[in-house]
Design a protein around this ligand. Structure first.
Ligand code: ZN
Length: 139
C-alpha cells in the first residue's frame, strides 16, 4: 500500500477515537517524504473532561477543540509539514494553521458537508498548498 494511503487511513482511524457526537475528525502531520509523523490528533473536549459534555445538537456550532488545533499544540518545529485531515478546516482552524507557520500543505476531504470553504481560502491566501485527498494521492 502506498505511504499516502496509509496516512489517510491512519487519520480516519484516529477520527474514530473522537468523543464528538457531531463529527469525528482525525488529523496526521507528516513530513513531505512521509518518513516522520510530527503529530496525530482528533477533535474533542479538554483532557480529562467528561465525555458527556460533547453536545449532540448538530445545529449548534461545536465547542470542541478541533483536530487541527489538537495537532498544532504538539511540540514539533520546522516548516513544510503536511497536515492530513479527514474533514475540511473551518475558518478559525485555517487561521490557526496560518499563524502556526509550520504547515506547508493541507490535505483535506472536499466532500465534507457543513463546513464552508473559508478556511481553505485563508490557507490559499497565505500560500499554503491545499489538496484534496484524491489530488494528494495522485500527485
Ligand atoms: Zn476547525
Amino acid at each position: 500500500m502506498q505511504k499516502r494511503q496509509i496516512i489517510i487511513r491512519l487519520a480516519a482511524e484516529l477520527a474514530m477515537l473522537s468523543p464528538s457526537k457531531q463529527r469525528k475528525i482525525g488529523c496526521v502531520v507528516v513530513d513531505r517524504g512521509i518518513n516522520q509523523i510530527a503529530a496525530m490528533s482528533f477533535n474533542g473536549i479538554a483532557k480529562g473532561e467528561p465525555h458527556h459534555r460533547c453536545h449532540s445538537d448538530v445545529d449548534k456550532p461545536t465547542d470542541e477543540v478541533h483536530a487541527e488545533v489538537n495537532a498544532l499544540i504538539k511540540p514539533f518545529v520546522g516548516t513544510g509539514w503536511v497536515m492530513v485531515l479527514t474533514g475540511k478546516p473551518c475558518l478559525r482552524c485555517g487561521r490557526t494553521i496560518v499563524n502556526h507557520g509550520g504547515i506547508g500543505t493541507l490535505v483535506y476531504d472536499d466532500q465534507c458537508e457543513g463546513v464552508s470553504d473559508e478556511g481553505i481560502t485563508v490557507l490559499l491566501d497565505a500560500g499554503i498548498m491545499c489538496l484534496t485527498r484524491e489530488e494528494w494521492l495522485t500527485s
